[in-house]
Write a protein that binds this ligand. Structure first.
Ligand code: ATP
Ligand code: LTN
Length: 328
C-alpha cells in the first residue's frame, strides 16, 4: 500500500490572522490536504511565551481554530487540535531540550527580537525546541511555513539528526515548504518590515476576517513610492513589489504577467485591482467563519485532540524506548 508523506504545521492563536500568515503558510495547509497526510495544530503553548491576558486568550484560541476551519481545514481529512491538549508535545520537547546546545539557541534571531521587545523567559528561549518537538512527534516530512521560520526548521532538522545519531533512526528529517512568492509579506505601512500580528498599527495588515471596505481602504493607502511604474523591484519599489506578490499568490498569475498587464496603468488602478482580488479571496472565509458555532468548534477540537493523543503516543513510545525511558 502506498503511504502518503506527512505534513505538519502550527499557527499561534495570537489574534489578527493576516494575509501574510495566509499566503505564507495557511493557503498551502489547505491545498496539502489533497495529496498528503496532514496534521495541523493551534500551538497555544508557543503563544503563552509572550505576555497575554488569559480571558482574551481563550477567545483567540477558539477564533484561530474557527478561521482555519473556515479556510478549509477539514477535520475529516486532517488531524486538527490544540497543542496543549496533547501532552506528548511537551514531553518530547523536554527530551530534545537535553540535546540542544544553548549556543544554538543563543543564535536564534526571532528569540533575540522578541526578548528585546517583551523580555526574556525560559519558554521563549526554548520555543524552537518545542517547535522541533511538534514536527518530529508525528515524523513529518514537510512543514509549510513562511520565510521567518527558516532558522527554526533548520534547528528541527539538526535535532532530528543529533537524536538519530545518538539513539538510532527514529525521526524523519523534515523539509521546510516555503513558497517562492509570498513567503515574506511586508507591512502595508512600512514595506521594509515583515507584516506581523504584533504590529500596533491596524493599517499595516489586512486581516483574513476584514470586511471589504476595510480591505479596500488598507490596500489603497498602502505605502508605495512616487515613481508611478508598476514593476517588481523589492529594493527600489518594496511597496509595489509586495502588492504584486499578494496579487500573484492570490490569483496564481505570475508576477511577470501582472507587470505586463499593469506596467503603465498607474497606482490607483493597480491598487484597486489588488484590493478586488483580496476581497474575493477572503469573502468566502468570512461567510464560513460566521456560520461556525463556538461550542461545536470546541467539541471538534476535543475530538481532534483525542485522536492526536493516540497517534502521538504510538510515536512517543518509540522515542521513550530509544532513550531508555520505556514505561515499565
Ligand atoms: P506574526 O509574525 O504575524 O506575529 P508569527 O510568525 O509569529 O506571526 P504564526 O501565527 O504562528 O506566528 O505564523 C503562522 C505562519 O505564518 C507561519 O508559518 C509564519 O511563518 C507565517 N508568517 C507570519 N508572518 C508572515 C509574513 N509576513 N509573510 C509570510 N508568512 C508569514
Ligand atoms: N513558530 C511557528 C509556529 C509553530 C510551528 C510549529 C510551525 C509552532 N510549531 C511546527 C510549523 C511547525 C510560527 O509560525 N511562529
Amino acid at each position: 500500500m502506498e503511504t502518503r508523506q506527512k505534513v505538519f504545521s502550527g499557527l499561534q492563536p495570537t489574534g489578527n490572522i493576516h494575509i501574510g500568515n495566509y499566503l505564507g503558510a495557511l493557503k498551502n495547509w489547505v491545498s496539502f490536504q489533497d495529496s498528503y497526510e496532514t496534521v495541523y495544530c493551534v500551538v497555544d503553548l508557543h503563544a503563552i511565551t509572550v505576555p497575554y491576558d488569559p480571558v482574551e486568550f481563550k477567545k483567540d484560541r477558539i477564533a484561530a481554530a474557527k478561521v482555519l476551519l473556515a479556510m478549509g481545514i477539514d477535520p475529516e481529512r486532517s488531524m486538527f487540535y490544540f497543542q496543549s491538549q496533547v501532552p506528548q508535545h511537551a514531553e518530547l520537547s523536554w527530551i530534545l531540550g537535553t540535546m540542544t546546545p544553548t549556543g544554538v539557541l543563543n543564535r536564534m534571531t526571532q528569540y533575540k527580537e522578541k526578548a528585546d521587545k517583551v523580555g526574556a523567559n525560559l519558554g521563549l528561549y526554548s520555543y524552537p525546541v518545542l517547535m522541533a518537538a511538534d514536527i518530529l512527534l508525528f515524523n513529518a516530512d514537510l512543514v509549510p511555513v513562511g520565510d521567518d521560520q527558516r532558522q527554526h526548521l533548520e534547528m528541527a532538522r539538526d535535532l532530528a539528526e543529533r537524536f538519530n545519531n545518538r539513539f538510532g533512526e527514529v525521526f524523519h528529517i523534515p523539509e521546510a515548504y516555503i513558497p517562492d512568492v509570498s513567503a515574506r509579506i511586508m507591512s502595508l505601512t512600512d514595506p521594509q518590515v515583515k507584516m506581523s500580528k504584533s504590529d500596533a498599527n491596524p493599517k499595516s495588515m489586512v486581516l483574513v476576517l476584514d470586511v471589504p471596505d476595510a480591505i479596500n481602504k488598507k490596500i489603497k493607502s498602502a505605502v508605495t513610492d512616487s515613481d508611478p511604474g508598476v514593476r517588481y523591484d523589492p529594493t527600489e519599489k518594496p511597496g509595489i513589489s509586495n502588492l504584486l506578490e499578494i496579487m500573484s499568490a492570490c490569483t496564481g498569475v505570475s508576477i511577470d504577467a501582472l507587470v505586463d498587464e499593469y506596467a503603465t496603468s498607474g497606482y490607483g488602478v493597480f491598487k484597486q485591482a489588488v484590493a478586488d482580488v483580496v476581497i474575493e479571496e477572503f469573502a468566502p472565509i468570512r461567510v464560513a467563519y460566521e456560520r461556525l458555532d463556538d461550542a461545536d468548534v470546541a467539541r471538534m477540537m476535543h475530538k481532534g485532540a483525542l485522536d492526536a493523543r493516540i497517534a502521538a503516543e504510538a510515536y512517543q513510545a518509540k522515542v521513550r524506548a530509544a532513550v531508555g525511558l520505556d514505561r515499565i
